[in-house]
Design a protein around this ligand. Structure first.
Ligand code: ACM
Ligand code: ZN
Length: 718
């Protein structure tokens, strides 16, 4: 029986020299591959192809391949991968190479291996057994968060060099370390290995508040006196109206202080939450630490919540463990520089399952983001249930393919789920802003209702990135009826006063969709538009926008938002525009000033977090994205040198985008977002006078350690 099974497995393995031998459909169908050639590691490498094109791959046999380097992120978050046989001559495994390969059960590291990169096997939650045949240096968090781990077998009498965090989260009671006879004592004493024998000493003694907090607060004043020890019986005392913050405070304490319930804890401490109407800003707070406890006062519940997020970072201390032992007495006064700090998610190109969508919120809230912008419709999918038009999600929420990835991508959010999401995000003081694109990026809706576009053209759902020439027809009354019905339902789901209408890339590059349409021609005639130099397109778009903006403002009390295009010139009163185009920020800001409008800063050269952070970083294959380094994100001046009046009258906030053409797993959203979203959080929150790149790097280290401990992936290439 066993022999037959083995034979079947062997027969079904496809043996190839390199991935380029397979056709795209073969890659999409591959489950079991044996590679025998010299493997490529950069660009559209054998590894990138295995990871992104072979979405069903469960066995990768590289034992016969010639490959000294398994690159960074080689199999990052490949949830189908069950088995990997490493090359015989492999020397190094890159950082996060097998991060969150959640089905990988066993791994043997060959003798040739000299290095296992940081977080290489972190969060492989099914990994039971590790065999190490040589003495590779093991990076930070290389085998962290392995909840199923039972056996670690090392065949060297000398312990491989390991970091104290290499096996972070190890459950000593369940994991057996097997080492050559007589060498136990060496392992018992070795850094990184002693964790198998006894609890590590907490190095995280006294928090240094100057090096603990991102975004940096307005004022931190350390005071004389006995420090507050953290392992105490904590009691939360919350003023009326702060029930949610009380629950959040208890969550923070539970997560940071593992022995919170231990009756032997030394003494009592209180965390007092209150409101102080004398504070200037709605999101302002004051946090005071004394030997007896902590007091947080906010102008509103939001301010109290931000005080709590700061307290959480003080508890985290230097990040070498979950919690520091003590916090010095101090007083922090803090308030944000801008009032909207946003991250934008795109569940259209790659669907984000509902639970993963929710999971994104607490992480962004830690860094005082207060808005999540959901891009719910585009050429590739319609992702929100509309009860009047059930066909939208029936026919336009599932497709196969995103550029060269022939992967089935499907899903949508029910209205119930979105209401739950809104309520959940509100607990973290994050508002949800929905976006319905118009008149471009709307092929999914046009696919379902061809009469939404000029000439009722039948168009397939788009499976590639880029810009479509199929636009909503501004000359057809059905367009307004459809959008009106959609917005009626959205207004009921999303309480945020903001609603995003898209507006980007419908006429830039100039598109021909509207030129020969009888309805559009009739509309032009009615509006007196006689130009034929394509400026007529912008005027038609403005007509469409004016009507929808009027509906949203008068019927639903909403503030419409849109992506700014330089041809708009006019910005309707009371609207918010987004400055996004690389190199065109100044023009957008000048238009905002000229129109007395608010503008969100998300210029491509600082804020497009879906772009790679360094050369060769993910996404290695893309449509030509420029590199946005962490420093570049950090350097954004949200006032763009426009001075105080601009900041006071026009600056709306700061946003980072996470378009998902190249983000093919929920984990990779975090990988793209962080650490650049930390830089942008400081751009949006902290006063310019407090910001310094070198200081930020110092404060980044504990944040990133904490993220790794909690299994949050991020790019390390900065
Ligand atoms: C955009 O990136 N098309 C707004
Ligand atoms: Zn038309």
């Amino acid at each position: 029986m066993t022999a037959t099974l083995l034979l079947t497995v062997q027969l079904s393995a496809q043996t190839i020299s390199s991935m380029n031998e397979l056709k795209p459909e073969q890659k999409a169908a591959a489950t079991d591959l044996r590679l025998t050639g010299k493997l490529s590691t950069t660009g559209n490498s054998d590894f990138r192809q295995m990871r992104d094109l072979c979405y069903q791959l469960h066995t990768a046999d590289l034992s016969g391949a010639d490959c000294e380097v398994i690159p960074n992120n080689a199999f990052h978050s490949r949830h189908a991968l069950e088995k990997v046989l490493l090359p015989d001559n492999v020397k190094s495994i890159g950082s996060q190479a097998f991060f969150a390969c959640t089905r990988l059960a066993q791994i043997t590291l060959p003798k040739s291996l000299t290095r296992v990169g940081d977080a290489a096997f972190s969060s492989c939650s099914a990994l039971k057994e590790i065999t190490i045949n040589g003495t590779p240096t093991l990076g930070e968090f290389a085998f962290a968060r392995l909840s199923a781990l039972r056996i670690v077998r090392v065949n060297s009498t000398t312990p491989p060099v390991a970091s104290p965090s290499t096996f972070d989260g190890l459950d000593r009671k369940r994991v057996k370390l097997i080492v050559p006879k007589g060498s136990e004592i060496k392992y018992r004493k070795a850094a990184g290995w002693s964790i198998f024998f006894s609890a590590p000493d907490n190095e995280n003694k006294l928090c240094n508040p100057q090096e603990a907090i991102v975004p940096i607060p307005v004022k931190i004043q350390t005071l004389e006196g006995t420090a507050l020890t953290t392992e105490r019986h904590w009691e939360v005392l919350a003023a009326e109206g702060l029930a949610n913050e009380c629950t959040q405070a208890e969550r923070v304490l539970r997560a940071r202080i593992p022995k919170l319930k231990n009756p032997k804890l030394a003494g009592h401490a209180t965390l007092t939450l209150g409101l102080d109407p004398s504070l200037q800003d709605d999101e302002a707070y004051v946090l005071e630490v004394s030997a007896k406890g902590v007091e947080i006062h906010g102008k509103t519940a939001a301010g109290v919540f931000y005080g709590l997020m700061t307290f959480d970072q003080l508890l985290r201390g230097d990040g070498s463990s979950t919690c520091c032992e003590a916090i010095p007495q101090l007083r922090i006064e803090d308030a944000p520089r801008t009032h909207i700090r946003e991250l934008m998610l795109d569940p259209c190109r790659t669907f984000i399952p509902f639970d993963e969508l929710k999971a994104f919120i607490p992480e962004m809230a830690r860094y005082k983001y207060n808005t999540v912008h959901l891009h719910l419709t585009d050429d590739q999918a319609w992702r929100i249930e509309i009860k009047k038009y059930p066909e939208l999600t029936e026919k336009a929420s599932a497709r196969v393919g995103m550029d060269d990835m022939l992967v089935p991508i499907s899903g949508y959010y029910t209205q119930e789920q979105m209401k739950e999401f809104v309520a959940y995000a509100a607990q973290y003081h994050v508002q949800v802003v929905p976006e319905i694109e118009m008149p471009g990026h709307e092929v999914a809706a046009i696919h379902v209702f061809p009469k939404l576009t000029c000439g009722a053209k039948q168009v397939p759902i788009r499976t590639t990135c880029g810009v479509s020439d199929n636009l909503l027809c501004p000359g057809s009354e059905f367009t307004y009826e459809f959008l009106g019905n959609v917005f009626r339902e959205l207004a009921d789901i999303f309480p945020s006063r903001y609603i995003h209408l898209g507006g980007d890339e419908a006429g830039n590059p100039a598109l021909g969709c509207w030129t020969n349409c009888d309805s559009c021609k009739a509309l032009k005639k009615r509006l007196g538009i006689t130009t034929t130099d394509r400026s007529e397109n912008w005027r038609l778009q403005q007509y469409l926008f004016d009507r929808m903006i009027d509906t949203l403002r008068t019927q639903y009390g909403k503030t419409p938002m849109f992506w700014y295009e330089t041809d708009f010139k006019k910005i309707q009163p009371g609207c918010v525009t987004f400055s996004w185009r690389h190199g065109l920020t100044k023009q957008a800001l000048q238009a905002a000033v000229a129109n007395n409008a608010k503008i969100m800063l998300c210029p491509g050269e600082h804020c497009y977090l879906d772009y790679p952070m360094a050369a060769g970083d993910m996404p290695e294959i893309n449509w030509g994205m420029p590199i946005i380094s962490l420093k570049k994100s950090y350097e954004l001046d949200p006032a763009w040198g426009m001075g105080e009046d601009f900041e006071k009258n026009n600056l709306f906030g700061v946003a980072g985008t996470l378009w998902s053409e190249c983000i093919n797993s929920p984990e990779r959203i975090y990988y793209q977002a962080y650490p650049r979203a930390l830089a942008l959080s400081e751009v949006g929150w902290s006063p310019a006078s407090k910001r310094s790149w070198d200081d930020f790097l110092k404060r980044l280290k504990p944040v990133l350690n904490d993220m790794q401990r909690r299994g949050i992936t991020f790019s390390k290439q900065f």
